[in-house]
Design a protein around this ligand. Structure first.
Ligand code: ADP
Length: 473
């Protein structure tokens, strides 16, 4: 099958979070399973695009409202990522350094979608499936089926995967002139509560949609930033497929970003060495358990609770434990964390920013990984942490619920708590502290975690089954 993935992110070209990891890995595993999967994404002016060579495979121009933009489709020459990578480049719109947060984000992503459709239409391509990821490509299904311009594409099946249902990419009907001529009798399919809502439209128009964990599919009917009723009515069209991890990149035995590589056999010594280096770098002592957090400092991740959790733990357990935070986001949270670092310089270290290499080192050098998430569609951090022998402490929600078994339960290995309250999180930290003191038990749990298989092989098969089910529709 020929599958086109459309995404705003793809590791290592441009990654902001889990979406990048998934789109950088799933196509590779689909290809290894004998399919032909490619990725199309906007061009970004970043390290990857500067350091790799590209062929121009298409040149065109597309109108966005009253402005016509020239664009090129560039293909990475060597398929170095394990799949064909196509970048859509348009001076002034799709040639920027960052992925998100531009004031004209609507124009940026609408244009990306129109240019993609123009390209496959005029170059006579007929993929078996067009797989859209999140709202950035959410208008594609509607446009393929309800714009006279792309009639030839109307029989191609589309799938939407929702990595984050909180963001919809919505914009007002006053910008509808950005879209090409559409069948106005169907324009309700673009609408949600009086605006054009690309995520809602894709849920309505794609042949099937998936969420990145089974629990998240259900949770979207309860909490999805205003789309709850839509998910409730379209529930049967959805399927939950838990993300995998790219075990070629995320492997403590070969990861070049670690200070020392290790296998399940050498995990104790390997983690010790990584922890020593990490603690030295951040002025923390190595003889205490290290609790880390990696991620966006936003409410979804429960980051607003972190300062309180850390303060309670450090007040209560005084000098028994250390915290390390890597992330950026809400200014208030960043400032509160930096203040804690000042107050407890020997027990709390904070790195504000994004640092891929440091993240790998933190997974390897920490004893516990904190994830007090309010919403977690899948969560990859806990999967990386398992693979690196680091015990995840997670709130029981979404993909965390589906992937972590509490060590108090049979065959368990992680630590779970139910409610998003700092008392429950600190109680979980207390349990972790007890586990840390029981060296034999901790060693056994590390072995259990590292033997788990969360590789893409299994989840890619579920996507193939999903694609094949479309042929029968
Ligand atoms: P999200 O909701 O942010 O997509 P996921 O758990 O799905 O969360 O994926 C997060 C990914 O981003 C992981 O690969 C994690 O290691 C990485 N990440 C998040 N924040 C940072 C950071 N500040 N520095 C480096 N990597 C980060």
């Amino acid at each position: 099958m020929k599958i086109f993935h459309l995404s705003a992110e793809c590791y290592p070209v441009a990654k902001v979070g889990g979406l990048g990891d998934v789109v950088g890995a799933l196509p590779k595993y689909l290809n290894q399973a004998g399919h032909h999967a490619s990725v199309a994404m906007p061009f970004y002016d970043r390290k990857f695009t500067r350091e790799h060579e590209f062929d121009i495979v298409f040149e065109g121009s597309t109108r966005l409202g009253h402005t016509r933009y020239e664009f090129q489709v560039l293909k990475e020459k060597t398929d170095v990522l394990g799949f064909e990578l196509f970048l859509i480049k348009a001076p002034g719109l799709l040639d920027r350094e960052n992925v998100y947060s531009y004031p004209d984000e609507t124009e940026q992503f609408v244009f990306f979608q129109l240019a993609f459709l123009d390209w496959i239409y005029w170059s006579q391509q007929t993929p078996d499936v067009i797989h859209c990821h999140d709202h950035h490509s959410g208008l594609i299904p509607f446009l393929m089926y309800h714009s006279a311009l792309y009639k030839r594409l109307a029989n191609i099946p589309t799938v939407l995967t929702i990595h984050n249902g909180q963001y919809h990419g919505a914009f007002g009907w006053d910008k509808s002139y950005y879209l090409p001529e559409i069948d106005t009798t169907q324009q309700g399919l673009l609408d949600w509560r009086g605006g054009i809502n690309p995520l809602a439209s894709a849920v309505k128009c794609a042949w099937k949609f998936s969420t990145v964990s089974p629990s998240y599919l259900h949770e979207l009917t309860i909490k999805s930033n205003g789309l709850e009723y839509l998910f409730y009515t379209e529930y049967k069209k959805g399927v939950g497929i838990i993300n995998g991890i790219d075990t070629q990149i995320w492997d403590p035995a070969t990861d070049p970003m670690l200070v020392k590589n290790y296998t399940p056999k050498t995990v104790e010594a390997g983690k010790k060495k990584n922890k020593e280096e990490l603690c030295t770098r951040f002025n923390l002592s190595t003889d205490k358990p290290l609790f880390s957090f990696i991620g966006r400092l936003v409410d979804e991740k429960g980051a607003d609770l972190l300062p309180e959790i850390i303060r309670i733990c450090l007040d209560k357990q005084d000098d028994q434990l250390n915290f390390l935070i890597l992330g950026s986001g809400d200014t208030e949270v960043e400032l509160a964390l930096l203040e804690l670092q000042q107050q407890f310089p020997q027990n709390c270290a904070v790195y504000i920013g994004y640092n891929e290499e440091l993240a790998h080192h933190v997974y390897a050098g920490s004893d516990f990984l904190l994830m007090p998430s309010r919403v977690e569609p899948c969560g990859l951090n806990q999967l990386y942490s398992l693979r690196y022998g680091t015990v995840p402490i997670v709130r029981n929600t979404g993909g965390l619920k589906d992937s972590i078994v509490d060590f108090g339960d049979e065959g368990g290995y992680g630590i779970k708590f139910n409610n998003i309250r700092s008392e429950e999180a600190t109680y979980a930290v207390g349990r972790a502290l007890d586990l840390y003191k029981n060296t034999a038990h901790l060693k056994q749990i590390r072995q259990t975690m590292m033997a788990l298989d969360f590789s893409w092989d299994k989840s890619a098969k579920e996507y193939i089954t999903l694609y094949e089910s479309l042929k029968l529709q």
